[in-house]
Design a protein around this ligand. Sequence first.
Ligand SMILES: Nc1nc2c(c(=O)[nH]1)N[C@H]1C(S)=C(S)[C@@H](COP(=O)(O)O)O[C@H]1N2
Ligand SMILES: [Mo]
Length: 562
Amino acid sequence: MPFLQTTNRPDEWKIEQGLSGAALPVLDMTGPETKALAPQTFGPLTKDVKAIKAVGDRNTLFTRERKGWTGFVEWENYPDKKEAAHKILKSQTFPPNPEFQLGPIPASNPVLPGTHWKMWHHAIGGELTQVPEDSWETVLKEKHPDMLHLLQFPYNGEPPKRLVTSKVVTPNSLHFVRNHGGIPIINKEDYSFSLDGLVANPRSFTLDEIMDESRFPRVDKTVTMQCSGTRRIEQILSYPGQGDEVPQAPWAEGAIGTARYVGISLKKVIKACGGLVDGAKHLEFYGADTYFKDDKTMNYLVSVPWSKVKANEVLLAWEMNGEPLPRIHGFPLRVVVLGYIGARSVKWLYRIKAIMEPSRAPVQSQEYLYFPQQVGKHNLKFTDGIQIQEMPVSSAIMSPWTKQVVIHNGKIRCKGWAYSGGGRWPERVELSSDGGFNWYTVPVENLSEKRRWTWRTWHFDLPCDVEGWVEIVCRCWDNSLNTQPPDVRTAWNWGLHVTSSCHRITVYSVNKTRPATKARMDEFEKARVPFGPITVPIAFPPQTPEDYEKFWSQHDPRDAEE
Ligand SMILES: Nc1nc2c(c(=O)[nH]1)N[C@H]1C(S)=C(S)[C@@H](COP(=O)(O)O)O[C@H]1N2
Ligand SMILES: [Mo]
């Protein structure tokens, strides 16, 4: 078939309908005429080989830092190393972030490859050369084969919905993983961390010392860890925001997990160093992985206030659910901060530094910020954002799934989780099948055990009389009577953090307690035609001609008489 000459692009219709948002020109209406501004494009990759060579031998510059620590480069004590790495990264270009918010999300698993992150590691070389490949091997060794890999490297993965709440305590292989870099492989025997900065007697500790019960009493705590990016996909699907694939990984409801950790209180370790001095108010944690930002290399650094440590709410843990910490979760020692976002629970800990102000490192001061709604790419300053620490109360429905057809007898079987940060706990979970107008309380017997630092899983047969598309909504009230904002829009923010609004799913309700529905479903069964998908037209006549005529013989005609 010949085509007419057209000035439309082939994807014109998709673009006009907002289904390909990244290709949309920006409209500039500040002048008398509206101008269409072309979006940013990226040229071919470039590399100044001479400049990179001039920096020096990468194997010497970024050599193994310590015996028994594979994949670790200590950046924070070596400005010259940082400078050399910066020169190397500045002297070449790398592919931009893949678009995963304004275009279709790839159907692959891993969903996103992390191409530029792999290239950054390879570009630095030395001890980082093998890190992307080694890390993926650790994923395959330590994680459940059914994990959903959001990002291959740095590895970010969550369990599928059917497994998120299948156990109240999450098996290690199914616990979500959130990494900003590679996985350092550290020998237990060669391990130690240092505690310095504003403490009376700075020193380092081996694992044996930390585990010596005569010096440090053991703590055994069941703790829910939640990433502040949990349920981010809901914000993305309605209103995209910042789109860096690592900071803004498109998490669903599985970036939360619960485990029993064994360790000690950090407060006791600080005491063993003679306590804090000279106005120290924060503790900065150093992770042995390498993070990249703005062509710079660094270790993973964040901080928590001393008040949190003083309350014995910051642990140094070596055991997870009765096993040594898996490598992917921070072996041999990690921080576990009770009731704070996961980001503060630093894995592969190699240093703790007592400081006066919250850490100025980018993960603390430039990321994990909660911006007001009118702040974004067009105007943001880091100081506009609140540094996220305690998570607010939240919940999620793990079954059924959005767009699912549910055939039921007047009740829809639902299950999910509820959690509140800061040491608060779910007191009441409520569900609605009418978009949040009327609420049913989940009976307390249907909630898992109440604990100060953990989620509660729940299940409930939700009454639903009506048929067709219904909106099931879930919300939780915590022990301080905090509850969740009604919808995603209320709490949307540029960094796409803390999606704590009521969880809403739309399902198609088919209520078999209704006689007409029962009769139709019996017909489907008799004809051996599957009912789904609902968009496929009915394969047999829904009404006989005789029945149709009978109706009109007994009722008024379609049109009214004068
Ligand atoms: N060293 C290091 N620690 C880290 C991270 C990291 O990338 N590097 N990610 C943090 C974030 S954002 C979260 S949500 C939790 C996740 O812990 P998990 O991977 O054990 O589930 O680890 C935190 N600790
Ligand atoms: Mo996180």
